[in-house]
Design a protein around this ligand. Structure first.
Ligand SMILES: [Zn+2]
Length: 134
């Protein structure tokens, strides 16, 4: 038997198939083929519990792994998506790249401003220094 591989593209189908396979192994072929014939409340409870665990485990994994790594800075995609709606407060540019998003989250400016004003002078920036408008 080939090992089960996790495929993102049809993951919902795979998850259900995996649960059905586990149930089949535990309760026998009939349970899947004709659930009502060999089904009771206890089995249904276990089935739902297994489903719940499978989904929550996968969701947790997804939240933890969905991080963007930019220059060694790990930022969750969820955070990026929310924060990336913000323009750069320094030059008003709309963030165009993940690097802009990361700079905005870390230093409240886009990557261009980061390179121009912050890089190598992080202390000054963190203390509140900002370039003049003019
Ligand atoms: Zn900027």
């Amino acid at each position: 038997m080939a090992p089960t591989r996790h495929l993102m593209s049809k993951e919902n189908f795979d998850k259900i198939a995996a649960v059905e396979k586990a149930i089949k192994e535990k309760y026998g072929e009939d349970t899947i083929a004709n659930p009502r014939s060999n089904w009771d409340e206890q089995k249904e409870k276990e089935y739902l519990e297994q489903m719940k665990q499978l989904y929550s485990r996968d969701n947790k994994k997804r939240i933890h792994t969905e991080k963007v790594d930019v220059d060694g800075i790990k930022v969750s995609k969820k955070l990026l998506n929310r924060e990336s709606l913000k323009n750069c407060p320094v030059c008003s540019a709309f963030p165009k790249s993940v690097k802009d998003d990361v700079s905005l989250i870390k230093y409240e400016c886009c990557n261009k401003c980061f390179i121009q004003y912050v890089h190598g002078r992080e202390d000054r920036w963190i203390q509140g220094w900002r370039p003049d408008e003019t």
